[in-house]
Write a protein that binds this ligand. Structure first.
Ligand SMILES: [Zn+2]
Length: 245
């Protein structure tokens, strides 16, 4: 009886505290978090940080002038699950983890001049959700990623802080399937506004890092970057957890 009880307790504990890899569902070892070592090694990294003319950068040619576009992963296959977990399953921990990994790929090519006299202070701006959507979800997934980005940058001695409430999403983006390309673009460009009072409190020149979860057509990030560039003297860098090539 006692032996059966012990086995039962152990099974319940294992079930309760079992941590498994989000991708392959293998049981995680003590030092692993969210993903097992095998899946971390298999992550489809985009290497957009290795070149100034990566596919992600080229997608912004002729659009808002941004300094650099960095995406951590290529959005494909089983790894889409990570973004799904962050966006729809309340898995904030994976968002912080991806954010930290993304942060570690930013500003790798900065020369020694950057680290001298007056180093840049970065304002990390998550692409805003409409307030109703954020209430429903309980958080903005881009803000979660932004926190991870900031954590990593600070660890590397780069000054960065979260800047929320500067951009606002004015309306729910309507279902985009029926509209043509131009009206879709115009629709997204009109979807965001800037908070002038919030902007006045910031001292120029400003250095923004715009953070979003997935870079698809780039219309959203283009709209946000345009809005920042139009309203103040600033530079804009884009950082996303994934991109659709
Ligand atoms: Zn795994």
């Amino acid at each position: 009886m006692t032996e059966t009880f012990k086995v039962w307790v152990r099974s319940v504990l294992t079930l309760m505290f079992r941590r498994e890899c989000l991708i392959c569902h293998r049981e995680l070892r003590g030092f692993e978090k969210n993903l097992c070592t095998h899946c971390v090694a298999d992550l489809p990294l985009s290497y957009t940080w290795c070149s100034d003319k990566s596919e992600a950068d080229l997608g912004f040619y002729g659009r808002a002038y941004v300094e650099k576009v960095t995406a951590l992963l290529i959005y494909r296959g089983k790894f889409k699950e990570l973004l799904y977990q962050l966006k729809y399953k309340g898995n904030v921990s994976i968002g912080i983890m991806l954010g930290e990994m993304l942060g570690s790929r930013l500003f790798l090519q900065q020369g020694p001049a950057e680290s001298s006299a007056s180093p840049k202070k970065y304002l990390v701006v998550p692409v805003p959700l409409h307030w109703r959507k954020r209430m429903k979800r309980g958080y903005n997934q881009s803000a979660v990623l932004a926190k991870g980005v900031i954590k990593n940058l600070r660890e590397r001695g780069i000054e960065a802080r979260l800047c929320q409430g500067l951009l606002r999403r004015r309306n729910f983006t309507q279902t985009q399937t029926v509209k043509d390309r131009l009206s879709r673009w115009q629709n997204v460009q009109r979807a965001f506004t800037i908070n002038p009072r919030r902007l006045r409190r910031l001292q120029e020149p400003l250095h923004f890092i715009l953070v979003d979860d997935v870079l698809t057509t780039g219309a959203t990030l283009d709209a946000c970057a345009n809005l920042l560039l139009k309203n103040c003297r600033c530079t804009v860098t884009i950082a996303t957890a994934a991109f659709v090539p």
